[in-house]
Design a protein around this ligand. Structure first.
Ligand SMILES: Cc1cc2nc3c(=O)[nH]c(=O)nc-3n(C[C@H](O)[C@H](O)[C@H](O)COP(=O)(O)OP(=O)(O)OC[C@H]3O[C@@H](n4cnc5c(N)ncnc54)[C@H](O)[C@@H]3O)c2cc1C
Length: 407
């Protein structure tokens, strides 16, 4: 009997959970997923996110059960409006003019629960990767098992999948050390709060006061997700003075008139729930998938990008679909799984570079000195909308389902 090939997935976030779900029925591999947090811990649980139409289209083609679970537990994202904080409209985009299906709006906690529930048998929780490398030509990992308090090692890995997010230890190993991220000079903060009975917030909307931007939408369970931003010095931390309630209110208050009802509602909520805010700085790194045989980076560990177009988790979904497809192809063709890393790089790198560059370019209206009126006008023109259509429609198609037919 031939030895089963060993696949280790590090991280049960978006990419890692989907990959584990897609491969769990594959009895010819030995599959384990290591996750640092406990079963019920969700690092991002206090916020929400929008997932692009392209993720749903891609998942429906490759992993239909996951697509259906996400769709059933979310609200549809069908519209993208932009206005000034005094209410003057700048853009009203119906997503069906640039996409084949809606995206979704969802809470992180909901998303993690529904992605992790089907893979319970394959995930080792409270197992934190502390080291990785190569021994006798094959990848190995060392992890801290918090249940027993001891360190453990897995050797003889045929495919090590780094789904351990933006600060990936495996990415550091592959790139030969820590890298300096590119900071764009924008603070982005996020919060989730109960909508209340007078909530005027619905589908995905943005409001600008100069380059200072509010973004908000409703998510299931009666909550509003709100992400605010303003320019900061690219070389430093977010100054404490800019985290104060008075600063935040002033940042979005129009100079010559009252805020629109939606903005007034959000300003009150920011003031009331300021202690729930998660603070971050916009940053990105280079694209790298399969530079080492047998080691594959996916999701944020492969392409830390700015979240301006809501494509971080969305691209993690696309990555997961291609990884599952390539592992199935390799198994069907009796190829070593070590070849999967390079094949995924070939299928994904060009599209993801397009997404990373497009996300950075779309951040123009949030930078110091930006004119949101002229910048948003450009986003209503044919060139930008054609790029959006490419983003939302040109998803990777599955290849492995035809292997049997070709043989
Ligand atoms: C402010 C902000 C807003 C965003 N909004 C959106 C949005 O609206 N839409 C969108 O599509 N994307 C958005 N993103 C991006 C999105 O959060 C990420 O791109 C996405 O979560 C990446 O998925 P992933 O699977 O690669 O990593 P993650 O979801 O980060 O998962 C990584 C997993 O690895 C685990 N892990 C980490 N280190 C270790 C270790 N050493 N050992 C074991 N396990 C480990 C973590 O606990 C985690 O479970 C946003 C990001 C930010 C910062």
């Amino acid at each position: 009997m031939t030895k089963r090939q060993r696949v280790v997935v590090v991280g049960a976030g978006i990419a890692g959970s989907l990959i584990t779900a897609g491969l769990r029925g594959q009895h010819d591999i030995d599959l384990v997923c290591l996750e640092r947090v406990g079963r019920e811990d969700h690092t991002e649980a206090g916020t929400g996110l929008n997932i692009g139409p392209n993720a749903l289209k891609c998942l429906a083609l490759h992993l239909p059960e996951s697509a259906e679970a996400i769709r059933a537990n979310s609200l549809p994202w069908t519209r993208w409006t932009v206005a000034l904080t005094d209410g003057r409209p700048l853009m009203d985009l119906r997503l069906d003019t640039v996409a084949d299906n809606p995206g979704v709006r969802i809470r992180w906690a909901e998303l993690y629960t529904l992605l992790r529930e089907p893979i319970a048998d394959h995930v080792r929780y409270r197992a934190e990767l502390v080291d990785c490398g190569r021994d006798a030509g094959k990848p190995f990992v060392r992890f801290l098992d918090s249940e027993s308090g001891s360190e453990r090692r897995i050797d003889d890995i045929n495919l090590l999948i780094a789904a351990d997010g933006r600060y990936s230890l495996i990415r550091q190993f592959v790139l030969g050390g820590p890298e300096r991220p590119n900071f764009l000079g924008v603070c982005l903060y996020r919060m989730l709060f109960p909508a209340g009975s007078d909530c005027p917030i619905g589908d995905y909307s943005q409001w600008f006061n100069g380059p200072n931007r509010l973004l908000a939408f409703r998510v299931p369970g009666g909550f509003v997700y709100c992400a605010g931003s303003f320019p900061i010095w690219a070389g430093g931390a977010i100054p404490d003075a800019m985290k104060r309630r008075e600063f935040l209110r002033a940042a979005y208050t129009p100079a010559d008139g009252p805020p629109s009802p939606e903005v007034a509602y959000l300003l009150d909520a920011i003031e009331r729930y300021a202690d729930r805010i998660h603070w971050a700085r916009l940053q990105e790194g280079g694209v790298a998938y399969g530079r080492e045989p047998g080691i594959l980076l996916v999701g944020d560990s492969a392409h830390p990008m700015v979240p301006t177009l809501g494509q971080g988790a969305t691209q993690a979904c696309e990555d997961a679909c291609v990884v599952v497809d390539e592992v199935k192809l390799a198994l069907a063709e009796h190829r070593p799984l070590a070849t999967v890393a390079e094949r995924v790089e070939q299928r994904r790198a060009e599209r993801v570079r397009f997404v990373v560059d497009f996300s950075r370019a779309a951040t123009d209206t949030m930078l110091e000195g930006a004119d949101p009126v002229a910048g948003t006008l450009k986003k209503t023109e044919a060139a930008f909308q054609a790029k959006l259509a490419r983003l939302y429609r040109d998803v990777p198609v599955p290849l492995s389902q035809h292997v049997g037919e070709l043989a």
